[in-house]
Design a protein around this ligand. Structure first.
Ligand SMILES: [Mg+2]
Ligand SMILES: [Zn+2]
Length: 205
């Protein structure tokens, strides 16, 4: 959408995948084993209803480690998208970092790096400073601090205590913790809605 020649940047919801939308199965290689977590489809559907685009961002170092292939990753991604769709929930796009995050092989896309978010912002005209960053790890939420957006940590069974502690000590009017994904998205949408200029409905691409 454009006003004249200036594209209007939209806020988005950036969601982690493993441990946030689907059960964290550690280097999930078999698409048949994808299981949506409770509330995942409902949470994405809420964002859809509010016309806030949902982008999935996921670190997949298993690819660099040789534990899963790119084809296996893509099959799991597609299954996740399909299961969400069954729940009437639509994801705009999914980005992944295939790198190891090893100090000798740094990349700018592994979370908490901003590479995936910047890629998504450029492709879909998203406003990172007014977007929300949600996941079960501190690194999913850190981009909110870097961009000026809204962060919500949803601790799960795999969340390290240090991640919860990091979020707890950073709690603010822009950084939150939620007990489940629906609560996290509710908070994020209310924050986005409060700041968002009233825009005309954006059509599908
Ligand atoms: Mg996760
Ligand atoms: Zn990367």
């Amino acid at each position: 959408m454009t006003h004249g020649s200036t594209p209007v940047l939209e806020p988005a919801l950036f969601l982690d995948r493993d441990g946030t939308l689907i059960a964290d199965a550690h280097y999930l290689a078999d698409a048949r084993r994808v299981r949506l977590l409770a509330g995942a489809a409902d949470a994405v559907a809420m964002a859809n209803a509010a016309r806030v685009p949902v982008v999935v961002v996921t670190n997949q170092s298993g690819i660099a480690r040789g534990l899963i292939t790119t084809a296996q990753y893509e099959a799991v991604r597609d299954r996740t998208t399909a299961l969400l769709r069954k729940g009437r929930a639509e994801v705009l796009a999914t980005y992944h970092c295939p790198h190891w995050g090893h100090p000798t092989e740094p990349c700018d896309c592994r979370k908490p790096g901003l590479g995936m978010y910047r890629q998504a912002a450029a492709a879909h005209h998203l406003d990172l400073a007014h977007s929300a960053y949600i996941g079960d790890r501190w690194r999913d939420v850190q981009p909110a601090l870097a961009t000026g957006g809204i962060g919500v940590l949803v601790p799960g069974i795999e969340t390290p205590a240090t991640d919860v502690e990091a979020a707890r000590s950073a709690l603010s009017s822009r950084l939150f913790m939620a007990e489940h994904i629906v609560e996290a998205v509710t908070i994020a949408l209310s924050m986005i809605g409060a700041e968002r200029p009233l825009l005309p409905t954006v059509g599908a691409e």
